[in-house]
Design a protein around this ligand. Sequence first.
Ligand code: HOZ
Length: 427
Amino acid sequence: MDRNLNYQLFYQAKNYISGGVNSPVRAFKAVGGIPIFVKRGKGSKIYDVEGKSYIDYCMSWGALILGHSNPVLIREIKKIIENGTSFGIPTEIEVEFAKEICNAIPSIEMVRLVNSGTEATMTAIRLARGYTGRNKVIKFSGCYHGHVDYLLVQAGSGATTLGIPTSSGVPKDFVKNTFVVPYNNLDAVEKVVKKYYKDIACIIVEPVAANMGVVLPKNGFLEGLREICDYYKIVLIFDEVITGFRLTYGGAQTLFKIKPDLTCLGKIIGGGFPIGAVGGKKEIMEHLAPVGSVYQAGTLSGNPPAVTAGITTLKILKNKQIYKSLEQNTKFLYETIKQNIKKFKHQVVLNYIGSMFTIFFTEKEVYDYETVLSADTKLYAKFFHKLLENGIYFPPSQFEACFLSFAHADKDIEYTTKICKEALIDV
Ligand code: HOZ
């Protein structure tokens, strides 16, 4: 096996793919070094082109809640693609899938399938604007809703990793209708709403922020947003691209018992295939063409392999044991780190919920973008490489979430906890 293959591939990739990667965070810019090139994945592990294996906590950025190459999923996908991969004509399984989503998430009465989380948020906002006849949008700093022009303002994920507060290429005019307020700060929301409510179409929020690392909503935050939206007739959009079917069968809204008007889904509902969905109240959803006048379309939307992967994943996830075991494993990791915190060279804060977590290198409680940015990214980079050397793949940025899958076995978790502990004592 060629020990330099990752390097050689990255070198070649940079000649043919901008930055050598098809999504910026993958380039390891925030942690230094070069990315690994994955050859295959099985269960909790990925194997790179040099033959090294890693326990994976990126899990395709949260999409693979069942782990890599789940055998049932692979069997069903193989079966379906024998009959064609895309038609651009309705299929029976799309109806089955839509029913499944509507049954799982009480706030969703109707759904429209798209091809990515970005398409889902873009559609949700167009829909909210079409429905209300208003233009302005409130988003929260550090929340990331895909690379939609007018949402790329103080966006999390790659935009934060690379320190790009507002992407170039986005005309000022495009963001003039976007208000950005701090996460977990209801007073700030109220201030903006009181002044501009006649123009505000929607508030979009990640109910648990997971694109600046994991940041939990404070008690009353989501409830407060619901109340404000009800009072001023503003559409409340939950971006559950990450949290949908991750925190519970359903999503954060099931856990926190709040009904948004619209929900954006992606990742898990595609079982590793490109997919997205926007769903919500019938009254709003019926503003979409062809019934209504809000236009949205997509050649590959609802394609059979993605829909099959989605249906199969949701069917498997109905087993409550899955969420229980995911939570227990994450809790074990959290408790062990917490118990050892005094031994670490530097202060860390661990935010977790369900099966996602982030270890922040900071002394401060982390509850919004400002506190997130207090984290020491250089220390994270050192920590990341220690883990990588020991066969553990964490996301290559302080500002992303780690994800467990149902395929992570007890021994994976025990090993990860041990290595994390050693690395935190060391860095
Ligand atoms: N938006 C993803 C992280 N939150 C990154 C996607 C990728 O780089 O693959």
